[in-house]
Design a protein around this ligand. Structure first.
Ligand SMILES: *[C@@H]1O[C@H](CO)[C@@H](O)[C@H](O)[C@H]1NC(C)=O
Length: 579
């Protein structure tokens, strides 16, 4: 009775705790108030709308409420779940894989069996003693550490999977992207690369699919839309596809990037450079008539509204690159994107750039400051590491992709095309506004691109000046989804405003919390199940007449529970539980 009662009381405490923690963990986006922003930009309303998606009784609402219950109509038509830097670790961080298992034991064996050369027996003994010390202070710790790491990797996979699955289920994105560094190291062998690729698709992003090569299009003047943002059944395929961006740990920086590394990435995760265009249905005939048409409406500057997603490998934008032909391919892609863009005077197309390394910004704006490291001459002197793109490469984004200009007399007033840049790399995340003051000084060439934190830029009213002399674009570096960065996910909503003929967007973050909480909940749940099973077994035994308590207290050394005699303890225990 005593042992069973103890377990019952323990369960009474643990079960409610376990249930509460589990509910919190599995509904964390709800408790965190996470939802794709609505065109109203009201976070509370967005959460309400998302909650209604999961409320099964929408259809039974009476007439007065039915319009507000039709949540899907007010959701933004484009909802991108943006995940940064999962960085799946593997072999390369397991000591026994690198050094071997108990290498010093093998060494002792060789000394003992005279497979090694020593000039005297004393020397042989000396080396054996050495190896014994190394077993104690190196092999055993490394061995234990390796198992801890393996367990860590499995847990980490499921932790990341939990973020993807839960966010995907709760927020209902229309599109998903992983902004580079899918894997944790570019130095791995092909076999390990494939293993991690398997883990990526089978475990972390289970249910996800790579973007098919025939859909990942090379930019052209004549193109097919990759889809319509109409929420139809046909478009559901995009909720499963994962738009992968290549990061430095996937294919290497410019100084490491080889054709082999690029090929294996494209084989497993999809192409590195392509574009996807998504249209939106318009029904209003007056609106349709206002769209530019060379014959019927040549004066109009309104184009068919489209989101143009440009997926860019910016690993080899900066020089020197190891393989210049791959660098040429990247430059060629960028030039084709620019060459196939509509002239800056036209409106209705929004360019969303998905890439990995963030744009240049001076120290102090984000966590990462400008940093470059190069390989030595013997290794080809290419880029070995970089935190940000160079200022020149960044200018290419702002003046190339977006066609902005320091000179207000340039085409379209230098205001450029609408768009946004999303990237990763800086695990801490960052949100910035790049702008140029077109009225600063008389010589446009002396004006320079500036950058401010998004919040500061808003406080200074900079985004509002984008059409009046200070054109700018926003760059969001999405915080990593790794546990050390609290399992973050980015939520980008985009919708079309037919009045201004512009796409509008809003971005929000959602955090799960560190991996420790995930571990805690699962260990707790596991513990509760074990305790419950033990309790069940003991209860059954007692039912058939086994005196569990007596056996239990005979098993446990006396000094563990009480120095006095067993009976007193049991009596006290009974008295306490009855009392
Ligand atoms: C742009 O430059 C002009 C001239 O120096 C200055 O008066 C103005 O305040 C600047 N605008 C911003 C937003 O910095």
């Amino acid at each position: 009775m005593l042992v069973a009662a103890f377990l019952r009381n323990g369960l009474g405490l643990l079960v409610p705790l376990a249930i509460a923690c589990t509910i919190y963990l599995y509904l964390y986006p709800f408790f965190g108030g996470c939802a794709f922003p609505l065109p109203s930009r009201d976070a509370r309303e967005a959460l309400e709308a998302t909650k209604r998606l999961h409320w099964p009784f929408n259809r039974t609402d009476d007439g007065a409420n039915s319009t507000s219950a039709q949540a899907p109509t007010q959701l933004a038509p484009f909802r991108l779940l943006a995940l940064g830097d999962p960085q799946l670790e593997g072999d390369t961080s397991i000591p026994t894989v690198i050094l071997g298992t108990f290498p010093h034991a093998a060494s002792i064996y060789r000394h003992v069996t005279f497979q090694t050369e020593h000039w005297c027996f004393r020397e042989r003994l000396r080396w054996i003693a050495h190896d014994i010390v190394d077993i104690l202070f190196e092999d055993i710790p490394y061995y234990l550490e390796s198992w801890r790491k393996r367990l860590d990797h499995i847990g980490n996979d499921f932790y990341l999977a939990h973020i993807y699955r839960t966010m995907h289920w709760w927020t209902r994105p229309t599109h998903v992207t992983v902004l580079g560094d899918l894997l944790g190291s570019q130095w791995i062998e092909d076999e390990e690369f494939d293993r991690r690729g398997q883990r990526f698709w089978q475990r972390v992003f289970r249910g996800g699919e790579r973007v098919p090569d025939e859909v990942a299009a090379w930019p052209a003047h004549e193109y097919d839309l990759a889809g319509m943002l109409d929420g139809s059944e046909e478009e559901q395929v995009w909720t499963r596809r994962i738009i992968n961006v290549a990061g430095n740990h996937d294919i290497g920086y410019a100084g490491d990037l080889t054709k082999e590394r690029l090929d294996r990435f494209e084989r497993v995760f999809g192409k590195v450079n392509y574009e996807l265009r998504f249209g939106i249905p318009l029904n209003d005939s007056a609106v349709l008539a206002s769209i530019h048409d060379d014959d019927r409406n040549p004066e109009s500057n309104r184009l068919d509204p489209e989101i143009r997603i440009v997926v860019l490998n910016d690993m080899n934008l900066d020089t020197p690159a190891k393989d210049t032909s791959l660098q040429d391919a990247t430059y060629n892609f960028i030039n084709t994107v620019i060459g196939t863009s509509a002239a800056v005077e036209y409106e209705g197309i929004f360019t969303l750039v998905l890439t990995h390394i963030p744009l240049y910004k001076p120290e102090g704006v984000c966590v990462d400051a400008p940093f470059f490291d190069f390989h030595g001459e013997e290794d080809g002197s290419g880029v070995k590491e970089q935190y940000l793109l160079s200022a020149d490469a960044s200018k290419g984004f702002l003046e190339g992709f977006f066609g902005m200009n320091k000179n207000p007399d340039a085409a379209g007033g230098g205001r450029g095309r609408k768009g946004l840049i999303l990237n990763g790399h800086d695990h801490e995340g960052c949100d910035t506004w790049h702008f140029v003051n077109q009225t600063n000084g008389s010589d446009p060439s002396e004006r320079s691109w500036e950058v401010a934190r998004w919040r500061d830029a808003q406080a200074r009213g900079l985004p509002k000046l984008t059409t009046s002399g200070v054109p700018g674009r926003r760059e969001i570096t999405v915080r990593s989804m790794m546990g050390d960065f609290s399992g973050n996910a980015g939520l980008l909503s985009m919708w079309f405003n037919p009045e201004t003929w512009e796409w509008e967007y809003e971005f929000a973050n959602c955090r799960l919390g560190t991996q420790h909480f995930w571990w805690f909940v699962h260990i707790l749940d596991f513990g509760v199940i074990v305790v419950f099973l033990v309790y069940l077994v003991i209860s059954l035994l007692e039912l058939v007449g086994v005196d569990v308590d007596a056996r239990f207290f005979r098993l446990v050394p006396r000094w563990l529970y009480r120095k006095s005699d067993d009976d007193a303890v049991m009596q006290n225990g009974h008295a306490r539980i009855k009392g």
